[in-house]
Write a protein that binds this ligand. Sequence first.
Ligand SMILES: Cc1cc2nc3c(=O)[nH]c(=O)nc-3n(C[C@H](O)[C@H](O)[C@H](O)COP(=O)(O)OP(=O)(O)OC[C@H]3O[C@@H](n4cnc5c(N)ncnc54)[C@H](O)[C@@H]3O)c2cc1C
Length: 380
Amino acid sequence: MTADTRPGSMGRARQRRVVIVGAGVTGLVTAIRCVLAGHRVTVLERGAIPDPGSTSFDQHRALRALDPTDPEGTRRAASAHDRWSELDALLCGSRPGAGFYRRVGVVTGWPRDEASAVADVAAQARLPVELVAPEEFPHIRFPAHSHGVLETDAGVLLADRMLWAAARWLESRPEARLRPWCPVSAVDADTGRVKLTDGTFEEGDLVLVAGGPWSGDLVDLPTVMYRQTMVYLRPPDELAAWWEHAAPSAGRIGADGDAWLLPPVGGTLLKVSGEAACREVSGVDDEDDEDELRWSERVMATRALTDMDRYTVVAVKRCHYTVDAHGGGSHLAQVGPALWARAATGGDGFRTAPLVADRIVDALRPSRSPLMSSTGRSPT
Ligand SMILES: Cc1cc2nc3c(=O)[nH]c(=O)nc-3n(C[C@H](O)[C@H](O)[C@H](O)COP(=O)(O)OP(=O)(O)OC[C@H]3O[C@@H](n4cnc5c(N)ncnc54)[C@H](O)[C@@H]3O)c2cc1C
């Protein structure tokens, strides 16, 4: 474990009070990081903790770092892998099979003439990758004339297990107070005062709004919301062992290279989706023109798997993410003297959650009093 995540690593730093709205991955990881840094934390959540209705509550999420268009972001995200491994050990111990992070690798398909350049970006960021022939993964369909770039340190996070482990750990800590069934109705950007729907208030030296796609109800930040449909599949019996033990997570796959999948590790189902099932919406409760069945048919039409007909559709689910209206992607923004918000959660909210937590702890340091610093955004 690094010095940053050791309990009490703040040494003699002043203890601060932190209020976090939302108990998804952003809120819980930040709460843990704040406790480890010696602060007191209250987490307000309108549902249960964890809340099955949150974006984060799913069987798994991919953790990968490689973004060929952003070498600096790749380097930062590579460090987030280690942060997740540390968190895994802290919350679940080191017993084999106990944790929630499975480093099964993430393979992405690239046109053959681009794959080497992608691998070069990884090398610059000191991210271990291998060029692989698509035939090495015979049950995943890559676009014609493509090559695989396998990020070997990347993998799959068992998301709901992580949320449960985080909630249990926080419950055991006297510095943390978890308050489920406490909807927040307003946050004052100047004072950071938080109003609950029952008319009571919470106050902290720093408030983080981590309400996922619902953050926009509490803070005014320009975001665009997307809805995505995911299809959960059971592989045929004869392929179950391959999927469980040999399959990586995969992106830029399917006939057109716009699908992705997460393998059925740790007793989960195989999950498939893609750009064809992603659409802009103006709110979480907006009705789609087409029903969920039609969207799931679009996912199946990506042909992300060879022999897709042999797989059984077990469930279809949709969820939402928000991106910054100007630059896209996820953002942590300081929206008031003591108020921070992650209104733009992005499609990589798990990957970057430890970086958000670091930023919040940094803002709590006496030399960088959040009450003194100016409004700004951070690229996580
Ligand atoms: C289809 C899809 C696939 C994705 N795949 C990946 C992936 O592979 N890798 C990756 O890194 N990321 C992925 N993401 C993104 C990631 O899942 C999200 O960015 C992340 O889960 C957001 O977490 P959060 O804690 O910010 O928000 P949430 O998990 O939505 O949590 C917000 C919480 O705040 C609570 N809340 C809201 N309003 C209030 C209020 N007024 N009062 C009290 N509580 C409130 C909610 O009940 C909820 O529990 C994906 C997203 C989608 C949609």
